[in-house]
Design a protein around this ligand. Structure first.
Ligand code: AMP
Length: 400
């Protein structure tokens, strides 16, 4: 089935073709007709499945056929949990809508509000926003909702995890009653279901991956390793396998910074991305990583959520996440849109309980590898690898 069979207009089909997409992904096959029908939609889909185009393409089609937007008004609102995600979604909107004469914009906190107020003055057809900044703009009368036709809540589970429920409820109270609601979430917890019950009217339900299952295209395994040896093992794995683009997750910001220091002292280029970094730094770091100028990106869960990095080959869990669902989000960064990927977890003795919670969630027992043997295809012993590094005088331990 091709994109042309959805009845999308020529300018949208042209933009899709220019993006290099030849056929719709499974979520797009279901979401595009559902959103075009005008009904409410509730979709279980992880990042990396192509869900952004799944709601953006039909939304653009709908907006292109409607009335002109008035000053300070918006016609469609996409709520996102983080600045990075909001920027990425707006970039997709701009890409797919480049042959249409619609106005799109993005607003998020942590930066000056005035340029955003200026942008809204002329009206915006599709606005992507984080909840706090949107409320701020609304309280200044910079954004008005009486023309609003569609609301999209993307990454709804993460919004609730991040404590946005009150902001979301405040925003819902400002919107016209008659509107189309689209809700996307990787997981459907009881809290999400509570939210959807009050929000969605007889929604069309879409599910592409079985609930709570990790992406099938990702090869996953675990190294059982002493906590103190995790950094050395990571350096070894990156070097020995010649990995050029590696996303590493740590649980804390401090942990991310410490790991970056270790990797740098080991002559591996690495940078951290987390909530303490300014927006400018985060944007620069992400572009450098995407352009292969930085080999290792070390991220915390919140900072990394939804990073749009195509076909990222390796994701490493330096620490296991406290929330098992985050494991699924983390490995969702690899094996995207059908490409093969590897998700590797470095698990120390104190993380065994977390590992078993993850395995219960994904209904899968992950293959264990031991630190000394690594994986059969990469059997250069760690000890040999470490000996050739002159800058590592500490711990010349024998591991066999
Ligand atoms: P998303 O799940 O929306 O974050 O999308 C994941 C990635 O898949 C993005 O980099 C998109 O550019 C890409 N993508 C979306 N739709 C398609 C498609 N039909 N064919 C190939 N790649 C796609």
């Amino acid at each position: 089935m091709s994109f042309s069979s959805f009845g999308l207009s020529e300018p949208i089909l042209r933009a899709i073709e220019e993006s290099g997409y030849t056929k719709p992904t499974p979520i797009q096959l279901k979401a595009i007709p559902a959103v075009l029908s005008g009904k409410d939609v509730m979709a279980a889909a992880q990042t990396g499945t192509g869900k952004t185009a799944g709601f953006t393409l039909p939304l653009l089609q709908h907006l292109a056929g409607g009335p002109k937007v008035k000053g300070n008004h918006i016609r469609a609102l996409v709520l996102m949990p983080t600045r990075e995600l909001a920027v990425q979604v707006e970039q997709s909107v701009a890409t797919y809508g480049k042959h249409l004469s619609l106005k799109s914009g993005v607003v998020y906190g942590g930066v000056k509000i005035n340029p955003q107020m200026m942008k809204l003055r002329g009206g915006v057809d599709l606005l992507v926003a984080t909840p706090g900044r949107l409320l701020d703009l609304s309280s200044r009368n910079a954004v008005k909702f009486s023309q609003l036709e569609t609301l999209v809540l993307d990454e709804a589970d993460r919004m609730l995890d991040m404590g946005f429920i009150d902001d979301i409820r405040k925003i819902l109270a400002l919107l016209p009653k008659k509107r189309q609601n689209l809700l996307f979430s990787a997981t459907f917890s009881d809290d999400i279901r509570k939210l959807t019950d009050g929000l969605l009217k007889s929604p069309l339900q879409i599910e592409v991956n079985p609930r709570n299952s990790a992406a099938k295209s990702v090869k996953q395994w675990v190294y059982e390793v002493d906590k103190s040896k995790k950094s050395a093992l990571l350096s070894h794995l990156v070097r020995n396998n010649s990995w050029e683009q590696v996303l590493v997750f740590t649980r804390t910001k401090k942990g991310a910074d410490q790991l970056v220091q270790h990797l740098k002292s080991d002559n591996l280029s690495a940078v951290a991305i987390h909530g303490d970094k300014s927006q400018g730094v985060r944007t620069r770091v992400l572009s450098a990583f995407k352009a292969n100028k930085v080999r290792i990106l070390v991220a915390t869960d919140i900072a990394a959520r939804g990073l749009d990095i195509n076909e990222l080959p390796h994701v490493i869990n330096f620490d296991l996440p406290k929330v098992p669902e985050d494991y699924i989000h983390r490995i969702g960064r690899t094996g995207r849109a059908g490409s093969q990927g590897e998700g590797i977890s470095l698990v120390s003795a104190d993380e065994v309980k977390l590992l078993s919670a993850i395995e219960t969630l994904i209904r899968q027992t992950l293959v264990r590898e031991v630190e000394t043997g690594f994986i059969p295809t990469h059997n250069v012993p760690l000890t040999r690898q470490m000996k050739v590094r002159p800058k590592k005088p500490k711990k010349p331990k024998q591991r066999r």
